[in-house]
Design a protein around this ligand. Structure first.
Ligand SMILES: [Zn+2]
Length: 332
């Protein structure tokens, strides 16, 4: 055998060994954006307008959709009706005590308007409040300080972009939103939905009055509202509350910054769960689709629990556990 042939044989042996190792390598895990849907939308409703109880909630319930209702703590009529919407899966968020212009507040008032309102809402409804919306979408440093101290997420007004894409680094204390107006035709709303789908993003809607409201700002017609809901529902869009989508997204960003430790038989991701995080956030993971693996020789675990694939081939994990492991299957 000539020296050239010997080295060729050795080289192919080397490639073979490499190939084998690559097959056995443990795969990487990634978060599936938006709970497995193409895009996400959160519908948020401000100021505790009576039309939300009379028009919005029945329309959402009929479609099994959930919304977020930002209440002004010192101005809540029909408390029993608001209490009921929680049972149906909707969210109540903090919209301050009195809806004053943030720039006019003293430091004491800033604290009272944010913290005081949160306490009132938590006591009144027996729930934890995670979400906040700035009155008049005015984000002042003084208000923001209290908001960030005690809320997981806050909604602001127009951002630089309509929606947040999965690779965005969101400002959790000022999530952008888009507002409905009486003068806008349905085609405008349709384009928001189309753009969100095209981006695969998360679009937060800020909605005030509905047709028939006694005092709501910029009411929109019931017909347009129904068309909006139907247009969203006809697409593969996750319609979750501000908290549902926001906490999933925030969990994704935390997971992506995990510490990863590898050994020959296991790869473990660990992360710190942020303060004030809801306890029940399920994050859907998948194996990096660019990595070849037949899926037979590894399993995904949290502690002693093996995580089974769901119907879509995703691994639903409990984000609150702070760790997930891909390990070689134990030899039986
Ligand atoms: Zn408001």
């Amino acid at each position: 055998m000539n020296p050239f042939k010997v080295s060729a044989v050795l080289f192919s042996l080397f490639l073979g060994a490499r190939g084998l190792r690559a097959q056995e390598a443990l795969p990487d895990l990634q978060v599936v954006p938006w709970n497995g849907h193409k895009a996400a939308i959160s519908l948020t409703f401000d100021d505790g307008d009576p039309s939300h109880l009379d028009v919005v909630v029945p329309e959402l319930n009929q479609r099994r959709m959930h919304g977020t209702f930002f209440l002004i703590a010192n101005k809540i009529d029909r408390k029993d009706d608001w209490r009921k919407i929680l049972e149906w899966g909707h969210e109540i968020g903090n919209h301050t005590l009195d809806h004053l212009h943030p720039a006019t507040l003293t430091p004491d008032q800033e604290e009272a308007q944010v913290e005081g309102a949160k306490n009132v809402l938590q006591k009144e409804f027996g729930i934890r409040i995670y979400s906040f919306a700035y009155p008049f979408t005015e984000v002042t440093p003084g208000l923001r300080k209290w908001v960030e101290k005690d809320h997981l997420l806050a909604r602001g007004g127009y951002g630089a972009t309509y929606d947040l894409k999965p690779d965005a680094e969101p400002d959790w204390g000022n999530i952008p939103s888009h507002t409905t107006l009486s003068s806008l035709p349905f085609t405008t709303y349709q384009s928001w939905i189309d753009d969100d789908l095209k981006d695969g993003g998360w679009l937060v809607w800020m909605i005030h009055g509905l047709e028939g409201t006694p005092w709501g700002w910029e009411p929109i017609s019931k017909k347009n509202f129904e068309r909006i809901l139907d247009a969203i529902q006809s697409k593969d869009i996750w319609t979750g509350t501000f908290l549902e989508v926001g906490s999933y997204f925030r969990a994704q960003k935390v997971f992506e910054k995990s510490q990863v430790r590898s050994s020959a038989t296991a790869k473990t991701w660990t992360w710190q769960v942020p303060d004030l995080f809801p306890p029940d956030v399920v994050l859907k993971l998948r194996v990096d689709p660019t990595q070849k693996n037949d899926g037979k020789n590894f399993e995904i675990r949290q502690g002693r629990q093996t995580i089974r694939k769901d119907a879509n081939g995703f691994y639903p994990i409990d984000f609150g556990k702070g760790a997930v492991t891909v390990g070689l299957m134990p030899k039986r």
